[in-house]
Design a protein around this ligand. Structure first.
Ligand code: HPA
Length: 245
C-alpha cells in the first residue's frame, strides 16, 4: 500500500486523529529535519507526518531544512508526499478560506539549500521539472475537496517568495503579471527536492489572507490565524478522504 507522507505547514503542526505508532528521530547527511517524523494510522492507513516549521511552530520559512525533511521522509518509507501550505490569494477567485491545488510554481526564493545534487558528484543531474506537481495526487486532492463541498480551484500558479516578511503591493502586482494566483513561502525548494528523490508530490493550499494590495487593509497575523482556525478542520477532512480513498 502506498505510504503517504504529509508535510504540515502553518496551522498544522500536528495531525489530530493520527494514532501514533512510532516517533522517528532521523539524522540525515543534511542535518536534522524540522521535527521527529510521526508514523501512525490516519483514516485506516499508515502515514508519515512531519511538521514543516517544527512542533511547536518555531522555524521560519527561509530557515526550514528542506533537504533534511525530504531526505528523512524518503528514508522513513514515504512513497508520495502531500504538502499543506497556507498562502495569500492573488487571483480574484482566491479569497480567504478558498482551497487551491496548484499545477505550477514559480520560485522567487534565494539562498536556500535547494538541491541534493551538489558537492562531489559522479555526474551532473538536471531533473525535469516542467510539471512540478504529480497529477494523480492532484486529482485525489481535487476529488476530496469536491466531496467535502468546500470552495476550491483545481489549478493555480504558486509564487514562492523568500519571506519571512510579506510582500509589497508592487511585488504582488508583479507576481500577478507573472501569472501567479497564490503566494506562499514554503513551496520551494520542497517540491524540487521531492522530485530529485523521485517522490511524487502535490500541494494542498489554503488561502489565509488576500495578498498585499488586494484589499485596502494591511495584513494582520490575527486575520491569518483566524483563517487557519477556520480552515484546518477542512484540511484534515480532505486529507482523511484522500487517505481513505
Ligand atoms: N504572502 C506570502 N506568504 C503567505 C501569505 C502571503 O500573503 N499568506 C500566507 N503565507
Amino acid at each position: 500500500m502506498t505510504v503517504y507522507a504529509i508535510i504540515g505547514g502553518t496551522g498544522l503542526t500536528k495531525l489530530e486523529g493520527l494514532t501514533i505508532s512510532a516517533v522517528l528521530n532521523i539524522e540525515t547527511p543534511y542535518g536534522a529535519p524540522s521535527a521527529p517524523i510521526l508514523r501512525g494510522n490516519y483514516a485506516d492507513r499508515e502515514v508519515l507526518f512531519l511538521a514543516r516549521h517544527g512542533h511547536p511552530h518555531r522555524i521560519p520559512p527561509h530557515q526550514v531544512n528542506y533537504r533534511a525533511n525530504i531526505w528523512a521522509l524518503k528514508h522513513a518509507g514515504a512513497d508520495v508526499i502531500i504538502a499543506v501550505n497556507a498562502v495569500g490569494g492573488i487571483h480574484a477567485a482566491m479569497g480567504t478560506g478558498h482551497f487551491c491545488v496548484p499545477h505550477q510554481i514559480i520560485d522567487y526564493t534565494h539562498g536556500r539549500e535547494h538541491t541534493f545534487f551538489a558537492g562531489e558528484l559522479e555526474h551532473v543531474t538536471h531533473i525535469d521539472f516542467s510539471y512540478p506537481y504529480n497529477d494523480i495526487l492532484r486529482d485525489e486532492l481535487v476529488e476530496a475537496l469536491a466531496a467535502e463541498g468546500v470552495a476550491y480551484s483545481s489549478h493555480g500558479v504558486y509564487a514562492c517568495t523568500q519571506g519571512p516578511r510579506l510582500e509589497t503591493v508592487a511585488e504582488v502586482a508583479r507576481l500577478e503579471r507573472d501569472g501567479a494566483d497564490i503566494i506562499g513561502m514554503t513551496g520551494m525548494p520542497e517540491a524540487a527536492l521531492a522530485r530529485e528523490l523521485e517522490l511524487p508530490y502535490a500541494c494542498l493550499a489554503l488561502v489565509v489572507n488576500p495578498a498585499a494590495g488586494k484589499t485596502h487593509a494591511i495584513i494582520t497575523m490575527a486575520e491569518i490565524e483566524r483563517a487557519l482556525d477556520n480552515g484546518m478542520d477542512k484540511v484534515r477532512a480532505t486529507l482523511a478522504r484522500v487517505l481513505a480513498g
